[in-house]
Write a protein that binds this ligand. Sequence first.
Ligand code: FAD
Ligand code: DLZ
Ligand code: SF4
Length: 508
Amino acid sequence: MRNLILILGDQLSRDISSLEGFDPKQDHILMCEVWDEATYVKHHKKKIAFLFSAMRHFANELEADGMPISYTKLDDAENAGSFSGEVKRALDQFSPEKLVVTFPGEYRVLEEIKSWSERFNVDFDIREDGRFFVSPDWFGEWASGRKSLRMEYFYRQLRQDHRILMDGDKPEGGKWNYDQENRKPPRDGMNVPAPYRGQTDEITQDCIALVAERFGDHFGDLEPFYFAVTRDQALYALDKFFDERFGQFGDYQDAMIQGEPWMFHSHISFYLNCGLLNPREVVKRAEFAFYDGQAPLNAVEGFIRQILGWREYVRGIYWLKMPDYAEENALDAQRDLPWFFWTGETQMNCLRQCILETKENAYAHHIQRLMVLGNFALLAGLDPKQVNEWYLIVYADAFEWVEMPNVTGMILFADGGELASKPYAASGAYINRMSNYCENCTYKVTQKNGPKACPFNYLYWDFFLRNKDKLKGNPRLNNAYGTLNRMKDEKIDAIRADTHRFLESLDE
Ligand code: FAD
Ligand code: DLZ
Ligand code: SF4
C-alpha cells in the first residue's frame, strides 16, 4: 500500500488536503472513534454524539464512493482507545509506505502525530489544512516584527488579499467595520425564527444510545438531538440562516432574550469546525447576499468579520503562541470554577439562563459566552485552566485552536492584552441594556451595593481595584481608573466588603 490516510473527527471534508491525489487502488483511509479523545476532557454528551454521528455518515459517504476505508467504532472489541493505538494497529495491518494526515486542530494531537515517525518507524506527511484562508506560517510572518497583533488590521489585510467585500481598493460602503451598527438591544415581542431541527436517523440514534451508555456521567443533555450530521443537512441549515435570520444578524448580534438561545445567529460553528461546511463558501454566500440586495451591509460585514477575521485570527494566535499560551495567567487569577457552572443553580438569572441553555444545546451565542459567562469568569478571578476546560467541554464547536484564544485572550485577559486591547469587563448595566434577564432576577441591577445589589456592579469595580498595578497604565482604561481615583473611601470599602461576601459564598 502507498498511503494510509488518517482523517480526524474535525476533518470531515471531501476536499481535505490529506485526500488530495487519493488513489483507491493504492491508498486506504483510517477513521476512529477513540476513548482518549472523548474523555481527555469530559465533553458534553451532545458534542460526542454529534461528532461520532457526523464521522460515521462521512465514512459511509466515502465508502459509497468506492474509497477503501477502515472505520473503528468506539465499542469495537479491538479498538485500542487512542489515535496512537489505532494508527499502530493500521500500520501493522497495511504496512503503508507513508502515513498522511492534515494538520490537526490541537497542539496536543500534533505532538502525538509527530511522535509516530520514531515510535512506529513510519514516514509521514502532515499537510497544510487548506480549509483556512491563512496558514500558521503565513500568520507567523504577518505577526513578526509587529508591536501589536490586533485583529482589525489582520482582517483588513485578508479583505484586501482575498478581494472580499471590496470596492476597488476601498472597503465596500467606505468603512472596514460596521460594529457600531451591530449593537441594538432586543425589542419587546421580537419574532425570532425557529432554528434548524434535523431528524435523527438510525446512525444518529445508535450514537445517542452509545453516548448514553458510555458517557452518562458527562455534562449536558443528550436529547433532544437536532444537529445536522451530514454536509447536505449542514448546507440546508446554512440556507435556513441566510433565508430567515441573516438580515437581522447585524442589528441584533449582541442582543440576548430569555428563552431565545439562538437569536439571529447562524449556528454553523459546529459544522465549520468539523468540516461539514467550508468557511470560503460561507463567506462567498454572505458576500453574494449583499450584492444581490438580500441583506444590509452591517449584517454582511459583521458576519464576514467573524469568519474571515476572528476565526482565522484566533487560529493564528493559537499556533503562534502554543504551547506557552496554555499556561498564561497574567492577572494571577486563582479562584476555582464555581459548581453552579455545571448545574445553573445560581440566583444570578443571566448566568443561570446561559448555563442551562448551554447544558441543553451545547451552544450559547457569542455575547452570552463573552459578556455574561466570560465577564463573570473575568470579574470573579476564575483560574484560566479551569475556565478553558469548561469552555472546551460544554460547546459542540469547541476545539482548542478556537476555544483557547477566546478564553485566555478574549475573556480572561490572561495573555496580558495580546489579543484584546483591554479587558471585556462590564457591570450589570450592560447586561440589562442588551437583554431582558434582569427583569427575572433576584438581584437588582440598579443597586450598586448591599446584599440585593447585582453582583456584577461591585465585582466590576473590585476587578479594577484588585488589578490596579497591572492595568492602570492601559490608556483604554483611563476612564475606569479616573472614576476610581475620585471614588470615596467608604464606597471603595463597600465594594470590597460586598465582593468579599459574594466570593466567599461561591466557595460554600
Ligand atoms: P455567529 O455569531 O453566527 O458567527 C458566525 C461564525 O463566525 C461562527 O460560526 C464562527 O465560526 C465565527 N466566529 C464568530 N466569533 C468568533 C470568535 N470569537 N472566534 C472564532 N470564530 C468566531 N467559537 C468556536 O467555534 N468554538 C469555540 O470553542 C468557541 N469558544 C468561545 C469561547 C468564548 C469565551 C467566546 C467569547 C467565544 C467563543 N467562540 C467559539 C466564538 C463564538 O462565540 C462562536 O463561534 C459562536 O458563538 C458560534 O455560534 P454561531 O455559529 O451562531 O456564530
Ligand atoms: C472531540 C473529539 C471526540 C470527542 N472524539 C473524537 C474521536 O473519537 N475521533 C477523532 O478522530 N476525533 C475526535 N475528536 C476530535 C479530537 O479530539 C481533536 O480535537 C481533533 O483530532 C483535532 O484535529
Ligand atoms: Fe445578571 Fe445582575 Fe441582571 Fe441579575 S441583575 S440578571 S445578576 S446582570
